[in-house]
Design a protein around this ligand. Structure first.
Ligand code: FO1
Length: 326
């Protein structure tokens, strides 16, 4: 099996991250793969605990995901939402009829005293995912909110992202509860044992940012690198645009360049490799100056084959460096 025994950790957000994790699984079937997933955009709606990034990774890896939307379950219906509307409920956050089962079960288990990581392990098992370990970044509650440019008001992430369609300007981001957040069981151990730590093509501020802000995670990555683990990032921006989500707009509004380089600057001192699209190759030298080796290849994940190809480019370079001892 390709990349047999390689220990891979992927730091992941939702849509883009889950696709890259799926690509890693496809390209390294013999590897030991752990996804550490952002939970700072989790929230409670209709009394149900929803963990969008964890669920997106769960659905992607169990072949349930709606690949067009990137989230939710393929072929799901929204009858409950229509019935909810009829009785005066809010329906701006669309929960599919099948997707609701996941939130009911999560909420039930949490109320029974389970931790988010044990709930995630249970859902992973029930959905038949055997080849990837999925860990929430923390079992403590962390909640992203953004500060609106116009009113100066802080609003919860999903309210900004889904209700307002990320169509308003923001000037700040914060992760409430992050000071008290400890890495979930297994997170530090996986990082410390890793041969490759991949930063998925996810939003650097609201997806990877919270993971890196959990107490001890950055330090564990530093220790892993000191003993020879390689780290690789994949740009979520191609030619200044994202495939999904507001990362480009957020970079500008938070005072950065909406380029691959602008993303890479969020990861200074953390990455050995950074995968960029040929359209961005003029930024390769600047990446080298940040201490990152640019891997230039078509960065669009077109279908399952595209995801696997992208992962393979990273895996091959990491293997090559391990062999060469560089
Ligand atoms: N994103 C939307 O743009 N609109 C929705 O109505 C919506 C519902 C939804 C339900 C469950 C779930 O797991 C995710 C859902 N998402 C929806 C996506 C999600 O909120 C975002 O992609 C992530 O939070 C960003 O990482």
């Amino acid at each position: 099996l390709a990349f047999s025994g390689l220990k891979i950790v992927a730091l992941s957000g939702g849509v883009g991250g889950s696709r890259f994790v799926r690509g890693l699984r496809a390209s390294a079937p013999g590897a030991n793969l752990t996804a550490i997933v952002n939970t700072a955009d989790d929230f409670t709606v209709h009394g149900l605990r929803v963990s969008p990034d964890v669920d997106t990774v769960l659905y992607a890896l169990s072949n349930l995901v709606d690949d067009t939307r990137g989230w939710g379950i393929r072929g799901d219906t929204f009858k409950t939402m229509r019935a909810l509307e009829r009785v005066g409920g809010e329906t701006w956050f669309q929960l599919g009829d099948q997707d609701l089962a996941t939130h009911l079960r999560r909420t039930e288990l949490l109320a029974d005293g389970w931790s988010p990581s044990t709930v995630t392990a249970e859902l992973t098992r029930c959905l038949g995912i055997r080849d990837v370990t999925i860990l929430p970044m923390t079992d403590q509650r962390v909640e992203t909110s953004v500060r609106l440019e116009a009113s100066g008001e802080w609003v919860p992430f999903q309210e900004y992202f889904v209700r307002q369609r990320a169509d308003v300007s923001i000037k700040d981001v914060r992760f409430e509860g992050i000071e008290r957040a400890k890495p979930a069981p297994g997170v530090i151990e996986a990082i410390e044992a890793a041969d490759l730590i991949a930063f998925c093509p996810s939003n650097p501020f609201v997806s990877i940012g919270p993971i890196l802000a959990v107490d001890g995670i950055r330090e564990a990555i530093d220790r892993a690198r000191q003993r020879g683990a390689r780290t690789a990032g994949v740009s979520p921006l191609i030619g200044g645009h994202t495939i999904k989500g507001p990362a480009a707009r957020m970079l500008v509004e938070l005072g950065h360049e909406a380029t691959t380089l602008g993303v890479a600057r969020q990861y200074v001192g953390l990455l050995d490799l950074f995968l960029i699209d040929p359209i961005d190759k003029a930024q390769a030298d600047a990446l080298r100056q940040l201490g990152m080796h640019p891997l230039v290849t078509d960065a669009r994940m077109r279908g399952r084959r595209g995801e696997a190809r992208l992962a393979r480019v990273v895996l091959r370079e990491v293997e090559r460096r391990r062999r060469a001892g560089s």
